[in-house]
Structure formats: structure tokens, C-alpha cells
Design a binder for this molecule. Structure first.
Ligand code: PEP
Ligand code: MN
Length: 338
């Protein structure tokens, strides 16, 4: 971190900055220019905030040199993280397709959906049992009953599962039934939840918050890794912008940015990212082309009757038609979809 002093800063003000740095167990070193002095802060600056120095008299600006996260960073771990969930490898050369309904609605609905996921070639089945709905009057999910259905069907058809967990207290219970714990966009900065998942033995998928910056997402992931859980997937699922013709604005450039700074696998959710089934296939092709390690695509046996997110859900036929296309795009960028 460097503290840039104002040109008219007095010696006393500079000395006050140095004393503050030393009081925070860091060392200071001056760089003297013609007109201005820059005071470098050396030590564990991760624990400091620029604001601690910005408020001091005579300070013009403060800049971080080191990134504010470490465990998620490529500087700490240059090779990409990859891990296995059942017999599926996440984060390797293979691109992982997750699909299934937004919500588990009944045993019959989820079983039909899961069989269609398997038939399509996707490797992991999704389903929401605890649903964070914008309106309290919307379908809230089947709760633990939905997780039981997922576990049973997963056992029957042999696909690993992913489902959202909304509260820290529920992490152990959801972990009993489900292979990957999903942290929804609305909970990306729920720090007690991130801490609880950090102490869990289950891999996690962290979805980008509705208005979260890439740095905020990386810092949220840092919480999970700091707790000891290193198997974390980051998922870009669109952010809030002024645009209304799509549900969210999918930040496709987040993929190469994240691939550059972090070793964690990066996924795209084209369903919440666009909000409309018509746009899911083109954006999925783009996701593979841009270097995503996986996709999470909503699919419902009868989207017109879905209890949540039907308008953005593919039919089983559309999912089955999409995956061979994605295989061809993957081949063009030296990746594979099994
Ligand atoms: C979901 O995946 O069903 C979901 C609720 O997504 P998000 O948290 O990204 O809105
Ligand atoms: Mn959904």
C-alpha cells in the first residue's frame, strides 16, 4: 500500500503518517519526488484499509499495490483448482454441464427432469429446495423434503447434485443430502453462511451477487477458502444494469478476468443471466467460447407449468439439442465436454 502525500504536506503530517503505519505493526519507507512524498506501507497490509490513511491530514490518496485477497489468487496458487464430485472432475480440461429445474416441485417432476439431464449428457443435476424468492407469496420450495427427493433420485440415476443453502444453521443438514452447496446471488455476502460453508466438507458454488463487483465476489470466495474449504466454483449469473430486455446483464468478460486472477473454476449461468429460454443457447455457446469451466442451465420437463423460472427454462429437447453444439464449440477452444 502506498500513501501519496499532498505537495503542501508538512513534515509533521508525514511523521504522523509514519507513526500510524508503525502503530499498525508495519514498516514505512519514503519515496521522495521533486514535489511530493510517497510513503510505502510494508507488512501485512491485507488487514488494513486505505481509509485508515486517507483520513490523516496531508494525505492526498492511498493505493493498494497488493490484491486484497490471497488464497483465491493465482499468485498463491498458479495452477487451476480441480476436484472431483462423484466421477465428475470440475475445473479440469473438461467443461461441466449442470442442468435441472429451478425448483424441485415433486418427486415425479424431479425424476423426469433428472432423467432428461442424464439423457442430454449433462453431468450434474440441479434443483432448488430452499428458494430465495423475491416475493414472499411465491413458491418457496419443498425444503428438506425436496432434498430427500434429490438424494433418492441421484442415487437411482447416478448423477451428483447441487442445491442452494440459505442459512448457516442449515449447512450440515443440506450437506447430508447434496453433493455441491450453492450460495445464491442474494447470499453472496452473507458472511456467517460463507464461514459455515468454509468449514463444510462439501464443495460449494458461489454465485455472483446482483450488484457485486468481481473483487467483492473474490473476497466472498476468500472467506470460504479461509475456513479451510478449497473446493469452490465461482458462477457469473448476470448483474443489475439499466437494461430491461434481459433479466440481468450477463458479464461475459468476468470469465477471462476471473481466469486471470483466480485459480478457482469459473462457471456461467445463462438462465438467470438472460431470463429467457430463447437466449440460453446462444449465450451458452459464448460461455464455452470465452473459457468458462462449466455451465449451469435451468431445464424443466414442462416449462409452461414450472413453479419458478419457467420462462428461462429449456425443455428437455432443447437441452439435448444444445449439448452437441457446445461440444463443437469446446473442441474449437481445445476443451472437451464428455
Ligand atoms: C437459482 O440458481 O435458482 C438461483 C436462485 O439463482 P441466483 O441465486 O443466481 O438468482
Ligand atoms: Mn432459478
Amino acid at each position: 500500500m502506498v500513501v501519496v502525500m499532498q505537495p503542501q504536506a508538512t513534515e509533521e503530517q508525514k511523521e504522523h503518517v509514519r507513526e500510524t503505519i508503525h502503530a499498525l505493526d508495519c514498516k514505512s519507507r519514503d519515496i521522495q519526488g521533486d514535489a511530493i512524498t510517497i510513503i510505502c506501507v510494508i507488512g501485512n497490509t491485507l488487514a488494513l484499509t486505505p481509509q485508515q490513511f486517507e483520513i490523516l491530514p496531508g494525505v492526498d490518496q492511498v493505493q493498494r499495490i497488493q490484491k486484497p485477497f490471497k488464497l483465491v489468487s493465482r499468485e498463491v496458487q498458479p495452477h487451476k483448482t480441480s476436484f472431483k464430485v462423484g466421477d465428475v472432475t470440475i475445473g479440469g480440461n473438461e467443461i461441466t454441464i449442470i442442468s435441472g429445474p429451478c425448483s424441485v416441485e415433486s418427486r415425479e417432476q424431479f425424476r423426469t427432469a433428472a432423467l432428461a439431464v442424464k439423457a442430454s449428457g449433462a453431468r450434474i443435476v440441479r434443483g432448488g429446495a430452499f428458494k430465495p424468492r423475491t416475493s414472499p407469496y411465491s413458491f418457496q420450495g419443498l425444503g428438506e423434503e425436496g432434498l430427500k427427493i434429490m438424494a433418492e433420485i441421484s442415487e437411482e440415476i447416478g448423477l451428483p447434485t447441487i442445491s442452494e443453502v440459505m442459512e448457516p444453521e442449515m449447512v450440515p443438514m443440506v450437506s447430508e443430502y447434496i453433493d455441491i452447496l450453492q450460495i445464491g446471488a442474494r447470499n453472496m455476502q452473507n458472511y456467517p453462511l460463507l464461514n459455515a460453508i468454509g468449514h463444510s466438507h462439501r464443495p460449494a458454488m458461489l454465485k455472483r451477487g446482483l450488484s457485486a463487483t468481481i473483487e467483492e465476489m473474490l473476497l466472498a470466495a476468500e472467506y470460504i477458502l479461509a475456513g479451510g474449504n478449497h473446493n469452490v466454483i465461482l458462477c457469473e449469473r448476470g448483474i443489475r444494469t439499466f437494461e430491461t430486455w434481459t433479466r440481468n446483464t450477463l458479464d461475459i468478460s468476468a470469465v477471462p478476468v476471473l481466469q486471470k486472477v483466480t485459480h478457482l473454476p469459473v462457471f456461467i449461468d445463462p438462465s438467470h443471466g438472460t431470463g429467457y429460454a430463447d437466449y440460453v443457447a446462444p449465450v451458452s455457446r459464448a460461455a464455452v467460447a470465452v473459457g468458462a469451466d462449466g455451465l449451469m442451465i435451468e431445464m424443466h420437463p414442462t416449462p409452461e407449468r414450472a413453479l419458478s423460472d419457467g420462462e428461462q427454462s429449456l425443455t428437455p429437447e432443447a437441452l439435448s439439442a444444445l449439448i452437441p453444439e457446445l461440444r463443437r464449440v469446446a473442441q474449437a477452444v481445445n476443451r472437451v465436454i464428455v
